[in-house]
Design a protein around this ligand. Structure first.
Ligand SMILES: [Zn+2]
Length: 243
């Protein structure tokens, strides 16, 4: 089975680039996309993350935002509705990645056990990164531990560090193993400036619970993927479909 990935960009958020690239780019402001990624399997509607509306994000993070479309409009563009989503694969549970998940009332939601446990009792340092208590109570979670195949040709890879249970998603397309990074990152994370390259083949995600793990996980994604989709990269998020 070969898949096509459709990025559905719900909005944009202005942020300091160092939140993506640890120890670098403190002077740079960038717009990052808030995305839900749609994949159609043989008989199921699958989303990777559900994104979040600007209204939700404003409750958690002070920034400039631009709304592009609602979750319902985004799904309508691929001829589906929140109720018709069968599976949501959560890269992790930071608010910008799961703000619409509870709208997918009939979906099974695949998440790493460690991420779910942490989200229910976040460390104070990351309290503001997770949805308030109760927001995901109605969600039908299916927990996984480590790497797992979820459909033929779609695999979750545990890549901790950004959050305790971040997972990347490996998807077999017609001619490549495409990997959605899972951790919040942009293209620069995977192509560091020339002078750093030897020591740092990847740039560590700026937000992390464990910088060393986050570095190792970024390295793993770079080594295993033919094509990497950094999940906050504007270029990929703007595409109509991949490939
Ligand atoms: Zn993010």
């Amino acid at each position: 089975m070969h898949y096509i990935i459709k990025p559905l960009m719900l909005g944009k958020m202005l942020m300091n680039c160092s939140l993506m690239t640890y120890m670098l780019n403190f002077q740079k402001e960038i717009w990052v996309p808030i995305v839900t990624w749609y994949v159609k399997t043989e008989d199921k509607n699958v989303l990777i993350d559900s994104g979040a509306s600007v209204d939700i994000m404003k409750k958690y993070w002070y920034a400039d935002y631009e709304e592009i479309m609602t979750f319902e409009q985004a799904l309508d563009s691929v001829d589906t509705t929140p109720e018709e989503i069968d599976v949501v694969i959560q890269t992790h549970l930071h608010f910008d990645h799961c703000g619409n998940t509870s709208k997918c009332r009939n979906a099974e939601v695949i998440v790493q056990s460690e991420e779910l446990a942490f989200s229910r009792k976040p460390h104070p340092l990351f309290f503001g990164s997770y949805l308030r208590r109760g927001e995901l109570d109605e969600v039908n979670f299916k927990e996984v531990d480590g790497d797992a195949e979820v459909f033929p040709g779609i695999e979750v890879l545990k890549v901790p560090g950004h959050s305790p249970g971040t997972q990347a998603i490996s998807i077999q397309t017609e001619n490549a193993n495409v990997v959605l990074s899972g951790f919040c990152s942009i293209a620069d994370n995977f192509s560091p400036p020339e002078k750093f390259k030897k020591l740092w083949p990847v740039l560590t995600p700026g937000v992390h619970v464990d910088a060393l793990q986050a570095f190792a996980s970024a390295k793993r994604v770079k080594e295993e993927a033919d094509v990497i989709i950094p999940i906050h990269d504007m270029e990929f998020a703007s595409k109509n479909q991949i490939p």
